[in-house]
Design a protein around this ligand. Structure first.
Ligand code: ADE
Ligand code: ZN
Length: 339
């Protein structure tokens, strides 16, 4: 099925959303009942996830992910998420997947990826949305664990697993420790990205660029703290997977008007917009696009440019890229909505 976009709906693409972090609280509670998993203390009175700082967020995220115990659970999660963003105009998404989280729920890598791929296929059949997966290692689990993920991804290639990355606590472990894992992933033909410049500063972005051969940086916004790092990002065409709502929720910036996304864009950085862990941070992909357009005065052409940048940097094959770029061009040419 091909997706039809109304002229008013900006076609969107998302490069940075953690699949476990996209789990709606209602789905987590339902699966917790079904599988008999204790989720006490995970939710606030209003039903949302309860956490106060980055460390607690990671702990709640880890516990919530334990309710996904079967390939069918993951299929349902991927399908639910992709259908929801497709209804907001998304034509492409890369789901960040974490084999370590699946293993903690007793799922093998093959079952995890198989379940997610089934959900992706169902969402694609229903809406036309295209999706790929980026397998990440968790930084605070250490270099051996991250290498183990790289080894697994290389040993069991899947056509929809097209990227490799590094998530988790950025203040733990130097990127040099993970260089071997990234070399293995590069040799397996995967696109490379790493979280940096989120909870740590510009030096963390420099270290990721120096040691991990990445073409994209997850967040990267704190590069703004060092002009030389911004210049390097511009010069090397590094794409930033910016997640403004996540940064606000984690208190990295106090308000969107103080967020550096527009400064980075105007400095010439290649910017994309992403939701990271949407129900944890009270955001959505559409909200990110709308809030930035409203706050920074971006017109439709500037929002479309964000989508084009994401598609240009996507870890997908060239036919898919061309098809997605064509969809954006078609939406650009569409006459304005009469409403
Ligand atoms: N894993 C899930 N969300 C994350 C984030 N915002 N930063 C680092 N690791 C994460
Ligand atoms: Zn992230």
């Amino acid at each position: 099925m091909t997706q039809t976009l109304t002229a008013a709906l900006v076609p969107k693409a998302e490069l940075h959303v953690h699949i476990e972090g996209a789990a709606p609280p209602d789905l987590v509670r339902e699966l917790a009942d079904q599988h008999g998993v204790d989720v006490s203390g995970l939710f606030a009175e209003d039903g949302s996830y309860a956490w106060t700082d980055f460390a607690q967020f990671l702990a709640v995220y880890d516990r919530a992910s334990r309710v996904f115990r079967t390939p069918q659970d993951y299929a349902r999660l991927a399908e639910t998420y992709l259908r929801s963003i497709a209804s907001d105009g998304a034509i492409y998404a890369e789901l960040t997947i974490s084999p370590d989280h699946a293993a903690a729920s007793g799922l093998s890598y093959a079952d995890y990826v198989g379940g997610l791929a089934e959900g992706i296929a169902r969402a694609r059949a229903a809406t036309g949305i295209e999706a790929r997966m980026i397998a990440v290692g968790v930084r605070h689990f250490g270099a051996r664990a991250v290498e183990q993920v790289a080894r697994q991804v290389a040993a069991y290639p899947h056509p929809l697993v097209t990227g490799f990355g590094l998530a988790g606590d950025e203040t733990e472990g130097h990127p040099a420790n993970f260089a071997r894992a990234f070399r293995m992933a590069a040799e397996a033909g995967l696109g490379l990205t790493a979280h940096a410049g989120e909870t740590a500063g510009a030096e963390s972005v420099t270290a990721a660029l120096d040691f991990l051969q990445v073409s994209r940086i997850g967040h990267g916004v704190r590069a703004i703290e060092d002009t030389a790092v911004v210049e390097r990002i511009v010069r090397d065409g590094i794409v930033l997977e910016v997640c403004p709502g996540s940064n606000l929720a984690l208190g990295i910036y106090g308000a969107l008007r103080f967020h550096p996304v527009n400064l980075l864009r105007r400095a010439g950085c290649r910017i994309t917009l992403n939701s990271d862990d949407p129900p944890f941070f009270g955001t959505s992909l559409a909200q990110e696009y709308e809030a930035c357009a409203r706050t920074f005065g971006w017109d439709r052409a500037q929002s479309l440019e964000i989508t084009r940048t994401a598609i240009a940097a996507a870890f997908c094959d060239e036919d898919t890229r061309a098809r997605l770029l064509h969809a954006v061009a078609t939406a650009e040419d569409a006459p304005p909505d009469p409403a």
